[in-house]
Design a protein around this ligand. Structure first.
Ligand code: NDP
Length: 399
């Protein structure tokens, strides 16, 4: 049916590509391009014998001209940006120049400010529409599946959604005192930033990790979770009409938090460059280099993730509550694809989002987040590709 160019070959990309290859009637051809080409070649070798035709290339995704040349040579139907949020705009520029569809899993974040927002990517709306191409933003799990869950809840369960709590629980244990389960630099920027939530039409900002709750997650058990700023809040606040409050909580264990506090206190999480032995270095980038590679956590991680959304609102004039979530087992993910569940839960929806565009099930031209499309075909695919969802109409609520 089509050809994709995947940019990046890290934890998330490796899952997405393996899932595309399992779905070879849709993904007939894949070019894997990244900064370190040997990682692309190793994955290609692992997938030897698959029906999907695979090629590899080296690309610096910070360089628009290099990207344009690669897209012109490969002529994909869609570019899947599975590199880092820093590359979103250069890749969108190259897609515009070559009139090629675009997909990513995380919104743009400038190198020098740890503040991710959609405004930079939403500024491309008219240009993508005029070029007759689609940019699908945030097709991972959160954002991504949590956004589809929201569209699904609105379409099938509510006349009006008033409250959304997005709960991201990683009950996995990798045995290290401190490690991050996706790109360390991006992860630490996210969790050390101020928290915020949306209430009555405005952002409410908190100190980092200032709001803590305890929640008993189905199939995982009781965990401490903390309120974070998260990107889907920004688009859901616009796309779920009349919503009064949206919050995002993520679980963290005490060992992770104690190490993080200590690293913060000594300045290791700073993104301000410092001079070291005559060279400028960014402490957080140095820290990322000494931490375990998230891909190496796969064989060591045991336990489950549970990510989902609790909605409260009105249906037929009555109060209603609805919880929809996915539970994913780290060891089962590793047995299937050689990856831990965080990369798995992000890579699968990246493949499904790409499938929605390639099959034409989602075909609006312009720049859109996932909840702006019909959730039904995406929800149908989730279980088939390893992320079945479950629902409850009487969940424990978060106060
Ligand atoms: P990794 O660090 O494992 O992989 C990133 C990949 O991008 C690496 O292969 C890296 O190359 C490549 N890359 C980085 N810079 C460039 C560049 N300038 N040119 C070409 N390639 C480059 O990250 P993850 O796989 O963990 O995360 C990927 C994305 O997924 C991130 O944007 C992250 O924020 C997002 N994410 C989204 C989630 C969601 O639920 N929506 C959840 C988790 C992650 P090299 O191998 O040389 O380092």
């Amino acid at each position: 049916m089509g050809k994709v160019l995947v940019i990046g070959c890290g934890g998330v990309a490796q899952v997405a590509i393996q899932k595309c290859v399992q779905n070879s009637t849709v993904f007939e051809e894949i070019c894997i391009a990244s900064r370190t080409k040997s990682k692309c070649d190793d994955l290609k070798a692992k997938l030897e014998g698959s029906k999907t035709k695979i090629t590899t290339a080296k690309v610096d995704a910070d360089n628009v001209d290099e990207l344009i040349a690669l897209i012109q040579a490969e002529k994909p139907d869609l570019v899947m940006n599975l590199a880092l949020p820093y590359q979103d705009l250069t890749i969108m520029d190259a897609c515009l120049a070559t009139q090629t569809n675009y997909l990513d899993t995380a919104n743009y974040e400038p190198h020098d400010t740890a503040k991710f927002e959609y405004k930079w990517q939403w500024a491309y709306r008219e240009r993508f529409e005029a070029a007759g191409i689609t940019a699908l933003l945030g097709s991972g799990f959160d954002p991504g599946v949590t956004s589809v869950f929201s569209a699904h809840a609105l379409k099938h369960h509510f006349d009006e959604i008033e409250y959304i709590d997005i709960l991201d629980c990683n009950g996995g244990d990798h045995g290290y005192p401190f490690a991050t389960n996706f790109n360390p630099e991006i992860n630490i920027r996210e969790v050390t930033a101020n928290g915020s939530y949306w209430e009555n039409g405005a952002w409410v900002e908190t100190e980092p990790m200032a709001i803590k709750r305890v929640y008993n997650f189905p199939e995982v058990g009781q965990k401490d979770m903390y309120l974070l700023h998260h990107e889907e809040i920004e688009s859901l606040a616009l796309n779920i009409p009349g919503v009064k409050r949206i919050r995002f909580f993520m679980t963290f264990g005490q060992s992770y938090l104690t190490h993080l506090k200590c690293l913060e206190n000594v300045g290791m999480t700073s993104i301000e460059p410092i001079e070291f032995e005559g060279k400028q270095i960014i402490p957080l980038q140095f820290l990322a280099a000494v931490l375990p590679d998230p891909a190496s956590l796969g064989p060591r991680t045991k336990g489950k993730t549970n990510i989902g959304c609790i909605f409260r609102g009105k249906k037929d004039g009555k109060d209603k509550t609805y919880y929809v979530y996915n539970v994913c087992d780290h060891e089962a993910c590793y047995a299937e694809l050689g990856s831990q569940a965080i990369s798995y839960t992000t890579g699968v929806p990246a493949m499904i989002g790409a499938m929605m565009l390639l099959t034409g099930k989602w075909d609006k031209k312009g720049v859109y987040t996932v909840e702006e499309f019909d959730p039904d075909p995406f929800m149908e695919e989730l279980g088939k590709w390893g992320l079945p969802w479950q629902e409850s109409f009487d969940p424990e609520l978060v106060d």
